[in-house]
Design a protein around this ligand. Structure first.
Ligand code: PLP
Length: 437
């Protein structure tokens, strides 16, 4: 069996038919499918190792606690955080960013201060900062993107990091950026953002919802102060995620929520808080979801470091095979969207794109419109052909609006997708286009 098929066999969801057609799942940027290792852990914990964590003096609770805390160690290692105290389990990226926006800003943001957010942000990295700014009477400043059209084929949509210096003054208390945009699929040079912000002693929050999937993340090398991601986009459960934070900042920040598990002692008048990381984990956590991060990240690690034997006994790197397939898909789509489908406006080209030769993309994430066609109509027609793609604003209304769009289609590919699926997708898109235009 070839390696991509072997990977596909790990994901039962891919075997389904939809509307009578073999499912082609191209919405992994919204949520990835789960491998069998994750599904079996979730089933085992729901059906057997089901006891509240951290609280009881009996073996079943110890077992559940062990799975929960083991996952914390797996996460720590995966992003190279210094210690378990840096890893807070949350319900996802959105909750992680809200935690920082609320707790950090309550301590460090005053009236007339400012927060910088990036123009390519997901709503989850915009709205929490607006709420914090409104509470404090602070202002939001926006790090812009380039909006030049390229050869009538769409928009570059790069984050203009060089503008950051002009936005910074003594009022700015925090900078929030996106690692990889869920619209453009471009990788932002967050290290540059961090270097500039840190020169002014301003901490940086990185929304890693997509970055954790596509990049090797080393939070110490990156130097970020906070990094947020969700389990469900990287093969894990929904309703679980991570906030990495630098210890000195987390220590200074007040609890975000109060309740069980985050306390040391409680009187009717006053509470002392549990040490990190539990100070930020009030109430019964989604312990099955958090524990799912262990097999999920092990799977992601295997995709990067795994070695398998080929049919003729040779050792083959899983990563080499996956990267080669993803590259083929990306190159094929970059060409086929324009030459086989046509009238396409694509949002987000690599900086290295040569204006005379066309466009270039590095990650297999394509957000686009077909001129004159409604994205929602196209998505519905594709669904009838078994192809699942995203349509609408994709929680990035300001970004799409600044690129002149009120909606778009997005096809996002994962290591379990094949070039054959990409070709099928293009054939279906051509048919859908003919039907609506
Ligand atoms: N940030 C980005 C860049 C995303 O793509 C997403 C989800 O699509 C989020 C934040 C929000 O993630 P979640 O809904 O898992 O909290």
């Amino acid at each position: 069996m070839n390696i991509i098929n072997r990977i596909r066999a790990d994901f039962p969801a891919l075997e389904q038919k939809m509307n009578g057609e073999q499912l082609i799942y191209l919405d992994s940027a919204a949520t990835s499918q789960k491998p069998k290792s994750v599904l079996s852990l979730m089933e085992e914990m729901a059906g057997r190792t089901n006891a509240n964590v951290h609280r009881a003096m009996y073996a079943l609770s110890d077992k559940a606690t062990e799975l929960y805390e083991t996952a914390r160690e797996v996460v720590r290692e995966f992003i190279n955080a210094p210690a378990r105290e840096n890893i807070i389990f949350t319900s996802g990226t959105t909750a992680s960013i809200n935690l920082v926006a609320d707790s950090f800003c309550r301590t460090f943001l005053k009236a007339n201060d400012a927060i910088i957010i990036a123009a390519d942000s997901h709503h989850s990295n915009i709205v929490p900062w607006q709420l914090a700014a409104q509470r404090a009477g602070a202002e939001i400043r926006v790090l812009p993107i380039s909006t030049e059209p390229t050869q009538g084929r769409g928009f570059t949509a790069h984050l203009l990091i060089e503008e950051l210096e002009n936005l910074i003054d003594e009022k700015v208390k925090i900078v929030a950026v996106t690692h990889v945009s869920n619209i453009t699929g471009l990788v932002n040079q967050v290290e540059r953002v961090i270097e500039i912000a840190h020169r002014h002693n301003i901490p940086v929050v990185v929304d890693g919802a997509q970055g954790i999937v596509h990049q090797a993340v080393d939070v110490q090398k990156m130097g970020c102060d906070f990094y947020a991601f969700s389990a469900h986009k990287i093969y894990g459960a929904t309703g679980a995620g991570v906030l990495y934070g630098k210890r000195e900042l987390l220590e200074q920040m007040p609890p975000y929520m109060g309740g069980g598990d985050m306390v040391e002692t409680v009187t009717y008048q006053k509470t002392t808080y549990a040490p990190l990381p539990l100070k930020f984990e009030a109430g019964t956590p989604n312990f099955i979801g958090a524990a799912s991060l262990a097999p999920a990240l092990e799977y992601a690690k295997w995709l990067k470091d795994g070695i398998v034997q080929s049919v003729d006994g040779e050792s083959v790197s899983v990563c080499d095979v996956v990267e080669a397939e993803q590259k083929k898909i990306t190159e094929y789509l970059t060409e086929a969207l324009f030459n086989e489908v046509g009238d396409v406006q694509l949002y987000g080209f690599e900086k290295s794109t040569d204006a005379s030769t066309g466009v270039k993309k590095e990650l297999p994430l394509f957000t686009f419109n077909i001129k004159g066609a409604n994205a929602g109509d196209l998505a519905q027609l594709l669904d009838k052909m078994g192809v699942a793609v995203r349509s609408g604003l994709m929680c990035a209304e300001p970004l799409l609006n600044s690129l002149g769009a009120t909606g778009a289609l997005r096809a996002s590919f994962a290591p379990y997708n094949t070039l054959a699926e990409a070709k099928n997708f293009i054939a279906c898109l051509r048919r859908a286009k003919q039907m609506v235009l």
